[in-house]
Structures are given as C-alpha cells and as structure tokens.
Design a protein. Structure first.
Length: 245
C-alpha cells in the first residue's frame, strides 16, 4: 500500500494571497500523487485535504460533478484563480517588453523567458519556431548600445544561432564592459594616491626640516665661539688654539 502523503506534506492553496499560484499548486499535487502511486479516489482526498480558506469554501459550495474527481477540482480552481488575461494581451506584453534603464541583462532575459512560457501555456499553437521567437524578442528588447549592436551583427552572420548562445554572449559582453569601465577608475585612484603626499610623508618632511635647522643653528654657534677665541688670542699674543674639528 502506498504511503498517503496528506496535507502536512503538501503546501496548501487558499486562493488569493496564497504563497503558491494555482498552476504551481496543481503541479505540486500531481507530482506528489504520482510519486505515491495514489488511486483516483486517494488523489481526490489528497487534493481536498490540501485546500484552505476561500478555495476550500468554493470547492465545498460547488456541485457534486465539479468536485467528483481531482481533475474536476483542478479545473474549477484554475477557472476561478488562474491566469485570465486575454491571449492577445499576453502576446502584446511579450512583444513589447523592453529592458529599461535599470534592469540587469540577466533579469531581463529571465523575464523574457517567463513571459513566453506564460503565453505558450495559454496559446500552445501558432507560435512557430519558439526558440527563434524568444531569441529575436530578447535582442529587440535590449537597450540600445554596443551589446545590442554586437548581438545583431552576430545574428546577421549566423541566423541559426539559438537563444542560449546569444544570451551567454550577451552576459559575457556585459561583463567585459563592466571591467573596461572599472579599470580606468582604479588606475585614476592609484595615480591620485601616489601623487598626493600622505600624513606620514608630511610628518617626515617637517621633522627633517627641523633637524636641519637645529644643525645649522649649532654650527653657527660653534663658528661664533671659534671666532671669539681667535680674537682674544691675537689681542694678548697667545698661540692660536688648535682646531676642534
């Protein structure tokens, strides 16, 4: 017999405000149910025990047919709390999405893929070459600049490039651009630090000047004393004193 993994093991869904969206909650329940090999009746009980709040009340108030199977409950909750934005609006949002001035390239590429996944879920047919569509929208939505120009040039040279290599190249170019901006700034900071004397250098220069001044003063005093002795010796006719240094 399978071990029935009840509500304590599954994240509950309660409608608006729940941590999980209804689509992710349904995927979680299906995965856990398949992992345990539950029967349809066990799966239904598992679904019902994983509900709370408004969603639980909606299922309890629904008709017997709408809560007869796990799939029927999924359909009911998806209709109530799922993505109800029109497909045309999702398509327009995907096509018109742009990077903007502050969004990083990594975050932008992730948003492009999420928007496409959302559109594909609502409109699985008629999208054509999906990888090329995501790739083209990614390049078209980039901010104008060297990265965008380089990617467009590479795509003209090789139209078979897929989204993943284009994304990796874009991230590498962004890293190179950041390093090129950072290097001159570091060099300027180093040059400024080398040219400007620090507190230690100024202190040493002042001390050296004071010592030199003291030595000069002492030499002047010695010279003055020697001249006085010479004058006294000459006046009394005494032999000249020997040199002291």
């Amino acid at each position: 017999m399978p071990v029935f993994m009840g509500a304590p093991w599954a994240q509950r869904f309660g409608g608006p405000g729940s941590e999980l969206k209804v689509g992710k909650w349904v995927a979680q329940i299906n995965y856990l149910a398949s992992l345990q090999g539950l029967t349809e009746q066990q799966k239904l009980q598992f679904v019902l025990s994983s509900l709370e709040g408004e969603a639980k009340k909606e299922v309890q108030a629904a008709s017997a047919e709408q809560r007869s199977t796990a799939q029927a409950v999924f359909d009911l909750l998806t209709e109530l709390y799922g993505d109800n934005i029109p497909v045309a609006a999702l398509r327009a949002k995907f096509i018109n999405y742009r990077q903007g001035a502050t969004l990083s390239l990594c975050s932008f590429s992730l948003q492009v893929r999420e928007l496409f996944a959302r559109l594909k879920k609502r409109d699985p047919t008629g999208l054509g070459n999906e990888d090329a569509l995501v790739r083209d929208q990614f390049i078209m939505g980039l901010r104008d600049g060297p990265i965008c120009q380089s990617l467009r040039q590479q795509l003209r040279q090789d139209p078979t490039l897929s989204f993943d290599p284009i994304r990796r190249e874009a991230l590498a170019l962004e890293q190179d651009q950041a390093e090129a901006i950072e290097q001159p700034a570091c060099m300027a900071t180093s040059a400024a630090g080398a040219s400007a004397p620090g507190p230690t250098t100024e202190w040493r220069q002042e001390l050296r000047a004071e010592i030199m001044q003291e030595v000069n003063n002492q030499m002047a005093e010695l010279s003055k004393a020697l001249l006085e002795e010479l004058r006294k010796s000459q006046s009394v006719g005494l032999p000249l004193p020997r040199e002291r240094f």
